[in-house]
Design a protein around this ligand. Structure first.
Ligand SMILES: [Zn+2]
Length: 250
């Protein structure tokens, strides 16, 4: 669809580790179709608007992501006012749950030399007495697709760290609730999206303050996700066969 130079392909789809190029987990997982994206684009005026919303939304997500990681590292962190409710909800949640991140393992590169791929984990953490991979998401829900990504980290990490036993997704977001009907307003990427509840069709909404929201979900069994990830990797390699030959991967 889009033609890339081999150099650009290498840069955007992988990491060079000790002189060897490895495809990155997020690029591989990207081969899976995301039907929800069609609905998203269908709601836009045109393709360009969809791209703009996606870009701005990604930037907002990155800011929240970086702020949360900095807090996990115990650093003095400046919190941008645009994400303050979400960050404060996260801090409260972290303190209540006593979530502890291993500073050495925040934004750390993980390589599977046998299957030839690499990725970057958000954190390794201790939660409820268990040690596992903690992945941070800033989406409106926890999607099953995330499990493909984290399974790819679990496999090589489990061989390296015998105490590692599980994985979690922590979702951090913020929204406003209608004081009259309970509908939810989420502003992301410059776009306002309203999720209505029962009997709210005729409500002239009155939005309350922006409130942070945190959701933590554990996914201990990763074997099935991992075989699906390897299947996705096969398909990704097939799709990119031409460029992968050019960059010397095949
Ligand atoms: Zn309402």
């Amino acid at each position: 669809m889009f033609s890339l130079t081999p150099e650009k392909f290498k840069e955007t789809n992988g990491y060079v580790i000790d002189g060897v190029w490895y495809p990155r987990v997020t690029s591989i997982v990207g081969i899976k179709s995301k039907p929800a994206l069609y609905y998203f684009y269908a709601e836009m005026k045109n393709f360009k608007q969809g791209e703009d919303v996606k870009k701005q939304s990604a930037e907002e997500g990155t800011l929240l992501h970086e702020t949360v990681e900095s807090i996990l590292l115990g650093k003095e962190t400046e919190i941008d006012s645009s994400i303050r409710p979400a960050v404060e909800a996260f801090i409260k949640f972290k303190d209540e749950k006593n979530i502890q991140a291993d500073a050495e393992w925040v934004e750390k590169r993980v390589v599977n030399y046998d299957e030839r791929y690499a990725g970057t984990i958000d954190a390794l953490a201790l939660i409820d007495g268990k040690f596992g991979v903690l992945d941070i998401k800033t989406s409106q829900a926890i999607y099953r697709d995330y499990n493909l990504q984290t399974s790819a980290y679990m496999e090589p990490l489990q061989r390296q760290l015998s105490k590692l036993s599980t994985r979690w997704i922590i979702r951090i977001d913020q929204n406003q609730k209608c004081l009259k009907c309970g509908a939810i307003l989420r502003t992301k990427g410059g776009r306002e999206k309203i999720k209505t509840g029962n009997g709210s069709a005729s409500c002239s909404h009155e939005w309350g303050p922006v409130q942070g929201e945190v959701e933590l979900k554990e996914f201990p069994y990763y074997e099935d996700d991992y075989s699906a990830f390897l299947g996705a990797k096969k398909l990704w390699e097939w799709e990119n066969d031409y460029l992968l030959k050019q960059v010397g991967y095949f």
